[in-house]
Design a protein around this ligand. Sequence first.
Ligand code: ATP
Length: 232
Amino acid sequence: MSILEVRDVDVFYGDFQALFSISFTIEEGQTFAVIGANGAGKSTMLRTIAGLSRPRSGQILFEGEPVDHISAHKRVAMGISMVPEGRRVFPSLSVNENLQVGGYGGRKGDWNLESVYELFALLKPLAKRQAGSLSGGEQQALAIGRALMSNPRLVLLDEVSLGLAPVIIKRIYEAMVELPSRGTTILVVEQDVQHVLTVSDHVACFLEGRISLEGAPAELKSDDITAAYFGM
Ligand code: ATP
């Protein structure tokens, strides 16, 4: 059984249609990348899977069960956890406290303070620091670590590398490779295509609310990706 199935999903903001009959399937242990330009509908897709936006029609199945009637916080308990764009950590709490908060209401599993500090070794010496005083890259690592603390079966990562220094992007992507072996499937949204193609098993390119190209990165030609990305 697939971990996530999106079937013919339409999402509107008022009269404006952001997603048009989107369908795709994510298998357990996959790293599935959604790429696309500004405004293509990538964040809307993630928010809909997390339960923060509602499809007007279509269906989302998590581990074979329809989740459309289930609230966002109950989806966390089921194993869907999101890292929103802009790495929103709790700035006045310490790194340790941010991680502990991430564990409330989640599932039991491999991820705990120790394993998160092992994954993101850069966070360990910062454990007592206020999260608001960290660099952007450190905050992104913390935001991902906090999501992992709920032991998600599926983690939704929005714009992982946006605005971060290349050295930290590299470290975050190196850490992401570890997640599937610990039972966490990844859906990652990126505008920066280069990094994400190196870690993903499957990529879907969004263009103006539709999937313009889909496949395994190794099977896709870079010219076709460029055309699908920019709509040429
Ligand atoms: P970005 O990388 O800029 O976040 P995106 O691919 O994630 O782009 P979305 O944020 O999902 O795109 O936006 C898709 C479309 O929906 C855009 O045209 C955007 O202007 C519109 N949109 C997004 N959020 C809202 C909202 N709250 N109200 C109205 N329109 C919205």
